[in-house]
Design a binder for this molecule. Sequence first.
Ligand SMILES: CC(=O)SCCNC(=O)CCNC(=O)[C@H](O)C(C)(C)COP(=O)(O)OP(=O)(O)OC[C@H]1O[C@@H](n2cnc3c(N)ncnc32)[C@H](O)[C@@H]1OP(=O)(O)O
Ligand SMILES: CC(=O)C(=O)O
Length: 527
Amino acid sequence: MAVVEIYDTTLRDGSQGEGISFSAGDKVKIALKLDQLGFHYIEGGWPGSNPKDMDFFRRIGSHRLQNARVTAFGSTRRPGVPVETDVNIQSIVSAGVSVATLFGKSWDFHVLGALGTTLEENLAMIQESVAYLKGRGMMVIYDAEHFFDGFKANPEYALATLQAAVRGGADRVVLCDTNGGSLPGELAAVVRRVAGEVRVPLGIHCHNDGELAVANTLAAVEAGVTHVQGTINGYGERCGNANLCSVIPNLALKCGHATIPRESLAQLTELSRYVSELANMHPANHQPFVGASAFAHKGGVHVSAILKDARTYEHIDPALVGNRRRVLVSELSGLSNLLYKYQELNLDLDTSKEENRRLLEEIKELEHQGYQFEGAEGSFELLLRRAYDHYREPFKLESLRIIIELKENSPVYSEAIIKLTVGDQVVHTAAEGNGPVNALDNALRKALEGFYPEIRRMQLTDYKVRVLDEKDGTGAVVRVLIETGDGERSWGTVGVSPNIIEASWQALVDSIAYGLLKNGGGSKERP
Ligand SMILES: CC(=O)SCCNC(=O)CCNC(=O)[C@H](O)C(C)(C)COP(=O)(O)OP(=O)(O)OC[C@H]1O[C@@H](n2cnc3c(N)ncnc32)[C@H](O)[C@@H]1OP(=O)(O)O
Ligand SMILES: CC(=O)C(=O)O
């Protein structure tokens, strides 16, 4: 099994992605996680760029990594500036790590236009910069920026830049598709040509501007590279970099290469979510392998087949990358979706095929009205239990009034007055809030806290309103989706009405009722 080195640049190229800014502490956490999972190299940042990256190198120096080598990134020396006095080269040395990643120009157009120097001086900049860091005892990875565009424009010169890095003593030569516009076939042909001329292990660094970064990376490996660079979740400049959460499982599971250890592969989904959390980016549900939808089955035909054998609609076992199979219930469901859900929820229901068919029709009718159960598993389970499981509601609404007062020069006042029955007791209470839904939530909790103290652990974590038929203007039906968590799990609930307060009330009631059910508070009637 051929080994492919995995080089992560989330902390450098990843943080060049729009909206991403890791703190030095976050960078250390991500580096430790990558090390724990067996990544070979972690590019920590560009020490010559900013104090935060230098701070990262200071902090990571106090940790003993088990698997990974941390690299410091930077450019070759400036034109006409000796390496001994070049600020960037010296900051790489002062980062205190044993591996440097230097990028240099391969494209004559860039040398003349962007660097504003001669082709000969660029070759000297590459060779001298690599040689200087090698002379300081460092391993040097040479990133040939714009290599494929450079090769198309002037192959002799592009190859001469690589030879300059090799003469300087580079340990790896990495071909970069910096503008991300190459196609897999043409890129692989160039890699083969380079492999015939350069006697140093080759690497690949692809950007995703043509949405081909992963495909190009795999094509390069097939053509002979043994070192791949990319980022977690594909974060990076413009459209991002090759997504290692896809590159790694493709290499390991489809191409038979050794990358990170097998047991680490099963932590890839967790890693992806961990990094998106620290990046403060929403996890992308449709991300292959690790996204929440990567193994989510919705169409009835698909679910019917996966109940017989999951391989009918899954390219790999989701557990191999730490993900899980999900079945969604919607207007596109068949009976198979319901049966799967009964199993998943451990609902031992004695229901006939006709009853299930009726329930399915009810679900389809509710979805037609605007309910959406895919993102509201709490409401869906309650629907099943209300239909078949002798479910007893933990409380019942008697009446509800909302007061909103708008006065000049004072904040808007919102109050909810609520009357409920809980068992055989009536409770009547009121609460204020910073808006009507918040007042409603506060009043409901206040009314129920004495009966169900576990409510204090439940927090609303998301509240979304979607107008379903905009043409009806302010009279349109709205769908409210609420996400609630209790520190251990989170669940979604849904409400639909032309009145936003009523839709919010339905979603709130389900949110509390479901939370109580899972905490043992909701109960069954004696049949
Ligand atoms: C393909 C890549 O993603 S490479 C990584 C890109 N990442 C970044 O740029 C993020 C970090 N960058 C920074 O913090 C800043 O750009 C710094 C500190 C590196 C440089 O800042 P400044 O000195 O103000 O220069 P500025 O950013 O305006 O321009 C970049 C300079 O680097 C030079 N340069 C670009 N590539 C190279 C190279 N391979 N070798 C030497 N110099 C280079 C440019 O010619 C330009 O020089 P000029 O100022 O003489 O025109
Ligand atoms: C080195 C690098 O980040 C690039 O060429 O895209």
